[in-house]
Design a protein around this ligand. Structure first.
Ligand SMILES: *Cc1c(COP(=O)(O)O)cnc(C)c1O
Length: 375
């Protein structure tokens, strides 16, 4: 029996970090040390952003970003609907109203037309999501935001290493949030980051993320405001730096894996996520729309019996039990994508042909096709 095929494998071994980990244990400097400072510098340098801050996750990063923009109860925040629900959750948590914007069936990203239709005088921010790492359409959404003078937050949880029009995610939107969860390309266990080019927001973040302290007063800190602690520890910063140095090679490899899948699956009707001509997609998740006559759930179950791990693309936020009950505003295209997309295993050395052979076997086996609906 061949090895089980997982969705994702880390691009880092213990040996890669062992020496630096040992030095941290010897020094006792587990937080706020040289590795954290260096990781922040690396992120600024890599993304081209003027300012960067670390966080414990993309969720806390997004939450702080909304606080930084002054989002309060009753404000409307337009959110791309096809996303992990953390995007809308942070809006909801502040008492603001997530206004779900439907997505493009090709790119899976926020539709500019639907956004323009949903902007109201109460819209205080827009959250664009790079679905599965794909920034296609980000500049177009930015143009709509500028027209209406609404700040643009990029939920780039999946998108470190991606570019549109030659610009890296992290220096396009007004404020960008990244995730370093193990399902993303840069894995620190848990972790995240915020980047911005706005000096005033950076000042606010610097103080608020340091418990509200700014400089010293006598022997202690000078607490000029109240604040928070969402810091990333030294060991996590070591992991992040090692992977960031490899990220461009990782992205190139994932695009090669994507190409190999597309060559085998497109001929049988699987539609890859559309990538703009001027876009580098980091392929955080490799997702296809299954052919209309195929039962996606049955395919995932079948592959599981072959020890191949797959899953749905991602979620239609407006269709979750919670949001659909509260707002009754389920977006049809995001819902269609939740129901008909599949994430396939993608990592260095993944046995693409083994996975595709099983998918093709399932697709072509008699009796597998869904009963066509009339009309
Ligand atoms: C993973 C993900 C998040 C949450 O990231 P965490 O670091 O786990 O909090 C938020 N938004 C999107 C689009 C994601 O894919």
């Amino acid at each position: 029996m061949s090895d089980p095929v997982r969705l994702m494998r880390p691009y880092m071994t213990f040996e890669d970090v062992e020496e630096d980990f040992r030095a941290v244990f010897s020094s006792g400097q587990f937080t706020r040390g040289a590795h954290v400072d260096a990781f922040v510098k690396d992120i600024k340098h890599y993304t081209g952003a003027d300012h960067a801050f670390l966080a414990t996750s993309a969720t806390t990063a997004l939450w702080v970003a909304l606080k930084c923009l002054g989002i309060v109860a009753g404000d409307e925040v337009a959110v791309a609907d096809f996303s992990f629900p953390a995007t809308a959750n942070v809006v909801e948590d502040l008492g603001a109203i997530p206004v779900f914007v439907d997505v493009d069936l090709g790119t899976f990203n926020m539709s500019p037309a639907d956004l323009a239709a949903k902007i109201t005088p109460k819209t205080k921010a827009v959250i664009f999501v790079d679905a599965l790492g794909n920034p296609t359409g980000l500049h177009e959404i930015q143009a709509v935001c500028r027209q209406h003078a609404i700040p643009l937050i990029e939920d780039a949880a999946c998108a470190i290493g991606s570019t549109e029009r030659g610009v890296r995610c992290g220096s396009i939107a007004d404020i960008t949030c990244f995730s370093f969860h193990p399902r993303k390309l840069l894995n620190t266990g848990e972790g995240g980051a915020i980047t911005t080019n706005r000096a005033d927001w950076a000042d606010w973040l610097r103080v608020k993320l340091m418990h509200g302290a700014d400089g010293m007063r006598g022997l202690g800190l000078d607490f000029v405001d109240y604040g928070y602690n969402f810091r990333l520890p030294e060991l996590q910063a070591i992991m992040g730096r090692k992977q960031l140095a490899q990220l461009d090679a990782i992205v190139a490899n994932r695009n090669a894996v994507r190409q190999a899948y597309v060559e085998q699956l497109a001929p049988i009707g699987f539609m890859p996520q559309r990538i703009g001509d001027d876009v580098l997609h980091n392929v955080q998740s490799l997702v296809f729309r299954v052919p209309e006559n195929l039962d996606r759930d049955a395919l995932v179950h079948y592959l599981k019996t072959k020890e191949i791990e797959t899953t749905l693309g991602t979620y239609c936020q407006s269709g979750t039990t919670y949001f659909s009950k509260k707002y009754a505003d389920v977006q049809p295209r995001a819902m269609q994508l939740e129901a008909t997309t599949i994430t396939v295993p993608c990592y260095e050395g993944v046995p693409v042909t083994r996975v595709c052979d099983e998918i093709i076997r399932f697709a072509q086996s008699p009796g597998r096709a869904k009963t066509p609906s009339n009309g």
